[in-house]
Design a protein around this ligand. Structure first.
Ligand SMILES: *Cc1c(COP(=O)(O)O)cnc(C)c1O
Length: 404
């Protein structure tokens, strides 16, 4: 006798098949990177490992498009945030924070914990910062008490991209000597970023988003100006210290035992990045982001979900934040999508907790990954009887097909 078990258990969670991870970090790790991380430990003072590690330092530079110095930490992005602050600032210094979203706030809180004061240029998280406001704030600081401008390139909470070159121009127009520090944790590898050409003094990045590695490594890249400031800064530090990491024995580059398996993985990730090319990777991210945006545009016709970023040109290549109405908790959509349709969506965070969900579209992703995630998300929305426009998947497919 044939039984149809599935019809008896219509609401059972689906536990088979691959889960489509579209959280905006961590992102899926390519199989060759995972395989490289499965290698046995080696003597960290052996020539082979030292050469391999050195090649990772060297090959990170073109990813930042810098000729400055890159530092690697066995830490998540928060570690590199602290590293940038601890090296370039002294207790009692002040920083200017043009607020883009949650990550601007968290970076400011970290500065406060280190005894660094801050001035915030507030924003509504739905628009990018107007560079003129940065210029105004710096002009008003006639005594040059502001030592650095801390800006997030793509704020993963708001999914808004900042115009870094324009921020540099604003600093220069004000004739202000503040350092420009940029958090590219969610943007590096997904869109154009030119540290040296754009006059960025310190760039912060992490391994687990656009760079296709597992979480656990983070980076600061510093130009000559930042390295010079660091030499006279008074913040107590040892593990993060740039100078300490550039002298003496090789192991000092990591201030101790190298995170070997992560370096093995990063080596392969850098090879994959080089094989595709940064421009091609940015173009791929742009096409896939367009597909996501095309679907959301149609879903929005139902009057329920909507884009957080109000200006289309400010929507990032890496992640899209989708708002839900005030009287609805977005966790319902995330739980339904994950438990029944095999897609792990990002949560709304900070001020958008419960009020939004996020679709990450960065790293080792392609058309079927994104179309699959969009299809499964739509299934979740429909199963919850959420009103959406018809034809979102068609629009997403068209966006991808037309781009070829
Ligand atoms: C993810 C993220 C961070 C935090 O990185 P962690 O690795 O979680 O510490 C900081 N800034 C931005 C823009 C991010 O997307």
């Amino acid at each position: 006798m044939v039984t149809e078990a599935s019809t008896n258990l219509p609401n059972a969670p689906v536990q088979r098949g691959r889960e489509f991870l579209v959280t905006p970090g961590p992102t899926p790790v390519p199989a060759p990177v995972l395989a490289a991380m499965g290698q046995q430990s080696v003597d960290f003072s052996g020539q082979d490992f030292m050469d391999l590690a050195d090649s990772v330092f060297t090959d990170l530079e073109p990813v930042f498009r810098t000729e400055g110095e890159v530092f690697i930490y066995a830490a998540n992005g928060h570690g590199a945030w602290e590293a940038a602050l601890a090296n370039c600032l002294s207790p009692g210094d002040k920083v200017l924070i043009p607020e883009v979203g949650q990550f601007s706030e968290s970076w400011r809180d970290m500065a406060a914990a280190l005894g660094i004061g801050s001035e915030t240029i507030p924003a509504d998280w739905r628009h990018a910062i107007d560079p003129n406001r940065v210029e105004e704030a710096l002009r008003a600081d006639s005594t040059h008490s502001i030592k650095a401008v801390l800006i997030v390139h793509v704020d993963t909470a708001a999914s808004i991209v900042s115009d870094i070159a324009a921020i540099r121009k604003a600093i220069d127009a004000a004739g202000h000597p503040a350092l420009l520090m940029v958090d590219t944790i969610a943007s590096l590898g997904t869109c154009e970023y030119r540290m040296d050409d754009w006059g960025v003094d310190v760039t912060i990045a992490g391994s687990q988003k656009g760079l296709m590695m597992a979480p656990g490594l983070s980076f600061t890249a510093a130009n000559e100006k930042a390295l010079t400031v660091a030499r006279s800064s008074k913040m107590p530090r040892r593990y993060w210290d740039w100078e300490e990491r550039t002298r003496g024995e090789h192991y000092q580059r990591f201030c101790g035992t190298a995170p070997e398996q992560m370096i093995f993985g990063m080596r392969v990730a850098l090879d994959l990045i080089a094989a595709e090319g940064l421009d091609a990777a940015a173009a791929r991210h742009h096409r896939l982001a367009n597909a996501v945006r095309a679907a959301i545009e149609v879903w929005s016709e139902g009057g329920f979900v909507s884009f957080n970023a109000l200006i289309p040109g400010q929507r990032s290549n890496s992640v899209t934040t989708i708002l839900v109405p005030e009287d609805f908790h977005s966790k319902q959509i995330r739980d339904r999508a994950r438990n029944h349709f095999g897609v792990a969506l990002g949560a709304g965070i900070g001020a958008l907790r419960g009020k939004a969900f996020r679709i990450g579209h960065m790293g080792d992703i392609n058309a079927p990954h994104i179309l699959g995630a969009l299809g499964a998300t739509e299934a979740a929305l429909r199963s919850l009887d959420i009103p959406i426009g018809a034809g979102a998947l068609d629009a997403a497919i068209a966006a991808i097909a037309d781009a070829v």
